[in-house]
Design a protein around this ligand. Structure first.
Ligand code: DAH
Length: 359
C-alpha cells in the first residue's frame, strides 16, 4: 500500500485551509466516519494477516500525521484570528486626551492654600472648629460676657431653640477666634496654629456679605512678644503679596480677647483702579491682633502666669481682592461660572513656597 499520494493530498489541503470551517472539512474528508483514511482502515479486516499488519502500521502513521497537521493548523488559525482582533482593537495610548473642563479653584480656596503654605513654613499647624458654635466658645471664653457691648457689634445669627431646650445656646460663629480656645484646650501650650474658615454676620451691602472667610493665628509660649507678632505679620505679607517692600502700620485698638490690641493696616496705592501693595499713600486695614488676654488663656486651661503670646484675625476675602485685583466682594459668592473661569485658578496646581505661590 502506498500512502504518499493521500499524505500529500491531505497535508496540502490542511495547509491551504484558510479558516476553521475549511479545516473541519479536511478533517471529515480524511478522518471522519466516511473519510478516506477511515474507509481504508475499515478495509483492513478483509486483508491477509501479513498484509494487514504492514498496511495497518502505515495507515496509523498516516492518520497520526494528518491529525497533528490539522491540530497545528487549527492553533495557527487561532493565533491569526487573535492577531487580527488585537490589530482591530488597537488603542493609541500616546494620543493626547480629549480636554475636559474640570472647573477652577475659587480665589478664596487658592488664598487659603497660599496662606496655609506660608504659615506652615513658619511652624504653624492648621486647627479647625465648628461653624455652629456654642455662645461660650464664641463669646464668654473670649472674655465677652453676656452683657458686653461687643456681643451687639457682632450681628450674630442665633440658632433656633424650642421652648424648654436646655442645651447651651448655639450661634453661627461670628469669627474664627473660638478656634483659639478649642486648640489650646485640646493641645495645651506651647502652641502655634492658624485656623482658616467661614464666619457669619447679619450684614449685606456693597462691601459685606453674611458669610465671609477669616484666618485666625495663635502663638503661645513662655516669652512670645508683640515683636514676634510684628515679624510674623510682615513676613507673611511679604510672602503672600510676593513683593519685597511691604509696609504695615500698627494702630492701637481694643478687643476684649487681647491686651494690648492693635489693628494693622497695609500701605497701598490705587492707580486707575489698580491696587499696588507697598507703595502710595493709602492704608487698608487687614487684620486685628494683640497679646492674648490672661482670661482667655485661663478659659482654655493655659496658665497665664507661665504662658503668653499673640493672636490675630484676618479677612481672607479682602486679602484675595487685594492680591488678585477683584473689585466686588459679593461676586465671590454668586456662583457665576463666567466669573469663576476668569478669576479661578488651575485645579491640581497647589501653591507652595518653593514653586512660587501663585505661579
Ligand atoms: N475676632 C476678631 C473679629 O472678627 C478679629 C481678631 C482681632 C482676632 C484681634 C484676633 C485678635 O485673634 O487678636 O473681628
Amino acid at each position: 500500500m502506498d500512502t504518499s499520494a493521500l499524505r500529500a493530498k491531505f497535508l496540502g489541503a490542511a495547509a491551504a485551509a484558510s479558516d476553521e470551517a475549511a479545516l473541519e472539512e479536511v478533517r471529515l474528508a480524511a478522518l471522519g466516519k466516511k473519510g478516506e483514511i477511515s474507509a481504508l482502515m475499515a478495509s483492513l479486516g478483509k486483508m491477509e494477516p501479513e498484509e494487514r499488519k504492514a498496511a495497518g502500521a502505515l495507515l496509523n502513521i498516516l492518520r497520526d500525521e494528518i491529525d497533528s497537521a490539522l491540530r497545528a493548523k487549527k492553533a495557527a488559525l487561532g493565533d491569526a484570528a487573535l492577531d487580527a482582533r488585537l490589530k482591530s482593537e488597537w488603542l493609541d495610548v500616546t494620543m493626547p486626551a480629549r480636554p475636559r473642563r474640570i472647573g477652577t479653584i475659587h480665589p478664596v480656596s487658592q488664598v487659603m492654600e497660599e496662606l496655609t503654605a506660608i504659615f506652615a513654613d513658619m511652624g504653624f499647624a492648621v486647627a479647625e472648629g465648628p461653624q455652629v458654635e456654642t455662645d461660650w466658645y464664641n463669646f464668654d471664653a473670649l472674655n465677652i460676657p453676656p452683657e458686653h457691648p461687643a456681643r451687639q457689634e457682632h450681628d450674630t445669627f442665633f440658632m433656633h431653640r424650642d421652648a424648654g431646650d436646655d442645651r447651651p445656646p448655639h450661634v453661627l460663629r461670628t469669627h474664627t477666634s473660638p478656634v483659639q480656645i478649642r486648640a489650646m484646650t485640646e493641645k495645651g501650650a506651647p502652641i502655634r496654629v492658624i485656623a482658616p474658615g467661614r464666619v457669619y454676620r447679619m450684614d449685606m451691602d456693597q462691601t459685606h456679605t453674611p458669610m465671609v472667610h477669616q484666618v485666625e493665628g495663635l502663638a503661645i509660649g513662655k516669652d512670645i512678644s508683640m515683636a514676634n507678632l510684628k515679624w510674623v505679620l510682615e513676613e507673611f505679607c511679604r510672602a503672600f503679596f510676593e513683593v519685597d517692600k511691604v509696609e504695615l502700620r500698627f494702630r492701637a485698638s481694643h478687643f476684649p480677647f487681647t491686651e494690648p490690641s492693635a489693628e494693622v493696616d497695609i500701605r497701598y496705592s490705587n492707580v486707575g483702579g489698580q491696587l499696588r501693595i507697598g507703595e502710595g499713600d493709602k492704608w487698608m486695614e487687614i487684620l486685628g491682633s494683640g497679646m492674648v488676654h490672661p482670661k482667655v488663656l485661663a478659659a482654655a486651661g493655659v496658665d497665664p502666669t507661665e504662658y503668653q503670646g499673640f493672636a490675630f484675625g484676618m479677612g481672607i476675602d479682602r486679602l484675595a481682592m487685594l492680591k488678585y485685583g477683584i473689585p466686588d466682594l459679593r461676586a465671590f459668592f454668586d456662583g457665576d461660572l463666567r466669573w469663576l473661569r476668569h478669576y479661578g485658578f488651575a485645579a491640581l496646581d497647589m501653591p507652595d513656597l518653593a514653586g512660587g505661590l501663585s505661579a
